[in-house]
Structures are given as structure tokens and as C-alpha cells.
Design a protein around this ligand. Structure first.
Ligand code: N2P
Length: 357
């Protein structure tokens, strides 16, 4: 009897351990069982109150996970074993995911708020007809700088980054396309250049920037620049707008030679388990008032025309973050360069990174 009880306890303990382990593994992989929704988004890219409101309104429980680069997101989704219901890749990553059959079509009849999106952001080349994706935020890549710490430099040209006065004073966003793109643009080449000589030239040029690079960083770049830990940063525009609202001394510019114009859209990965909740969430985020609050919170530029109308004028009229067509026409969207070339860009970036702090 005693032995039986002991056995019973051991079985119970093992069962609980197994239950705990399964639920841990599920939450790590993004489990979408029951009425749950697993969202996979960039870090610092949503107002957390909105998640709570969505849960309250719909009774759906949200499991929220983040990534810090398209490459990390692509690897995780492509390797399988995940059950993300909604993800937020950028343009070229959406094109790649379409090509690799990793996405489900979005049922437009379940996303009536799609009518709020400015037609300028619909039907772009990475997803004709928005069959697989719905606009979330957009922006540019440029330079945040502290005018008090950079002498006469204006960063109208990328060349200013190489100025000897900026020794150990530049932070770079830790992104392969962003850094390679900056190197290529600084030489007057396209940020989608496929020519091997140009790519090697860009790597050499980036390696000459190393003495000026203090670090390559993720989302903490905002806090570091706002706290004046470095004079200059290569950043996404929305991070710049956040930084500027924390520290009014700083400024943001997109250099003349050109830069990147990007679009982040919501998609439903093939592995999704809760299609109804995925559509509900996408539609919720496109509601004008919700999108407006999200825009004010994250600092990025909204593609939602109705939300845009609700923004305070100091945001909507700021041409640094809502650039006019004259500037956007000069910018390039990242192409899906194909598997081999994307891997090559990553390799070159890693080679550069190896010799920086
Ligand atoms: C938010 C990152 C935005 C990514 N932290 C730009 N594609």
C-alpha cells in the first residue's frame, strides 16, 4: 500500500512536470490553442494597453513575442515548430515569405477597416493586391545627431559619418540591410546592388568606419542616444521620433545620396492556428482611434489615413517623419534579393561586425 502511494505520488509529480514542460514549450514556440492568439512583432512596436483592450473586447488571450530583425523572424518561422497567428515582417521579407509559401491569404471581408489605409500604402510590389499583408507602420532610415556635439557636420551626406571628429561616437542599428545599405548608398550605389565589386567596396568603406563606431545595438539605441551616450546614430525614423521626443536637442535627417523607405505589414503565417482571432486582431489594429493611439505610443509613421487625421498637428506636420513625395521618390525599398544574395549581404555584415565592438 505504502509503495503504491509512493508510486502514485511519483506518477502525479511526473505528470505535473510534463504538463509544466509542455506549457512552457508551447509558450516558447507560440502556442495558439484554445481561444489564444500568438503575435510575433518587432520589439517596442505596440502600445501594450491595446493588447489588453483587444483581449477584453474579444475574450481572446494574446501571447506576444518579439524579434529584432527580419532575419531572426524569417529563420524562426521558416524552421517550423512555431504557431504564430500574426507576424509583422518588412517589405522584402514579405516577398521572401510569399515565395517560400510561408503565408496564408488574408480574407479582406474580415478586415473592413482596411478601407482606412491610405491607397499610397496598398498594392505595393512586394505584395500586389495585398493578398498576404496589411500595412502597419512605415518609415525611413537616417541619422539622429546631437548638433551640440558634431561641430559643423549636418549629415546631409552619409560621408559625414566618416569624419574623424566622430571617433567612437556613432551607434548603429544592428541590421544587415540597414548597415550594408548605408555603406552602398554612401558610395552612390543602390542599397539593392548585386555587383560583387560594389559590395566588396562597401564592406571596405564600412570597415573604415569602425573607429567611429561605438556599438551596434538593438532597441536600446533609443535610450542611449536620448541620454547622449553617443553623438550620432543610424536609426529607423520611428525610433528617431521617440528619441527626439525624449531629448529636444537632437535632430533627424535622411542623407541626400538616398536611403531606405520601408513598410512593415501584418501577415498571417502558414502555421497559424486561430485564423478568426488573427483577422480580428488585424482589423482591431486598423481601427482609426486604436491606430492613432498606437502611432503616438510607438512614434512610427502610420499608413492609416483616418488615424493620421486624428494625430496632433506637431506629429502629422513633421516632415522628418512624414516626408513629402520629393524625398520619398529619392528613396529605395529593399528588394528581395533572393536566397543566395540575402545570405551574402548577411555574411558581409557579419564580417564588418566582427571587428566592431
Ligand atoms: C521597432 C522596429 C521597427 C522596425 N522597434 C523597422 N522595420
Amino acid at each position: 500500500m505504502k509503495q503504491l502511494t509512493r508510486l502514485g505520488i511519483a506518477v502525479l509529480v511526473a505528470a505535473f512536470a510534463l504538463m509544466y514542460l509542455t506549457s512552457y514549450l508551447n509558450s516558447e514556440q507560440g502556442y495558439s490553442g484554445g481561444n489564444t492568439l500568438t503575435v510575433y512583432n518587432w520589439g517596442d512596436y505596440i502600445d501594450p494597453d491595446l493588447i489588453a483592450e483587444f483581449e477584453e473586447e474579444t475574450g481572446v488571450k494574446v501571447i506576444y513575442q518579439t524579434f529584432d530583425s527580419n532575419e531572426a523572424m524569417l529563420t524562426k518561422i521558416a524552421q517550423g515548430g512555431t504557431t504564430f497567428d500574426v507576424a509583422v515582417p518588412s517589405d522584402y521579407a514579405i516577398s521572401k515569405m510569399r515565395e517560400e509559401n510561408l503565408l496564408l491569404p488574408i480574407d479582406h471581408s474580415k478586415v473592413p477597416n482596411l478601407k482606412n489605409i491610405d491607397p499610397r500604402f496598398m498594392d505595393l510590389s512586394f505584395d500586389p493586391g495585398n493578398v498576404y499583408s496589411v500595412p502597419y507602420f512605415w518609415g525611413t532610415v537616417g541619422v539622429v545627431f546631437n548638433p551640440e556635439l558634431v561641430g559643423d557636420l549636418t549629415f546631409e551626406s552619409w560621408e559625414d559619418l566618416w569624419s574623424p571628429e566622430l571617433r567612437n561616437d556613432i551607434l548603429l542599428v544592428d541590421g544587415a540591410r540597414e548597415v550594408m545599405g548605408m555603406g552602398l548608398n554612401s558610395l552612390g550605389y543602390s542599397l539593392n546592388d548585386l555587383n560583387e565589386d560594389h559590395l566588396q567596396e562597401a564592406l571596405k568603406k564600412l570597415q573604415r568606419l569602425t573607429p567611429n563606431v561605438k556599438a551596434l545595438v538593438g532597441d536600446e539605441i533609443k535610450m542611449l542616444l536620448a541620454n547622449e551616450e553617443a553623438a550620432v546614430g543610424l536609426v529607423w525614423s520611428g525610433d528617431a521620433s521617440e528619441i527626439l521626443s525624449e531629448n529636444e536637442k537632437l535632430d533627424y535627417i535622411v542623407p541626400q545620396e538616398g536611403s531606405n523607405l520601408w513598410f512593415d505589414n501584418m501577415v498571417i503565417p502558414k502555421t497559424a492556428k486561430n485564423l478568426d482571432a488573427a483577422h480580428q486582431f488585424i482589423n482591431f489594429m486598423l481601427d482609426p482611434e486604436i491606430a492613432e493611439r498606437n502611432t503616438e505610443y510607438v512614434g512610427y509613421s502610420t499608413p492609416n489615413a483616418e488615424a493620421f487625421k486624428l494625430l496632433p498637428a506637431e506629429i502629422s506636420e513633421d516632415e522628418r517623419f512624414y516626408p513629402n513625395a520629393e524625398l520619398t521618390d529619392k528613396l529605395e525599398v529593399y528588394d528581395n534579393l533572393g536566397k543566395k544574395m540575402l545570405a551574402h549581404y548577411n555574411e558581409l555584415f557579419l564580417e564588418f561586425k566582427m571587428h566592431t565592438k
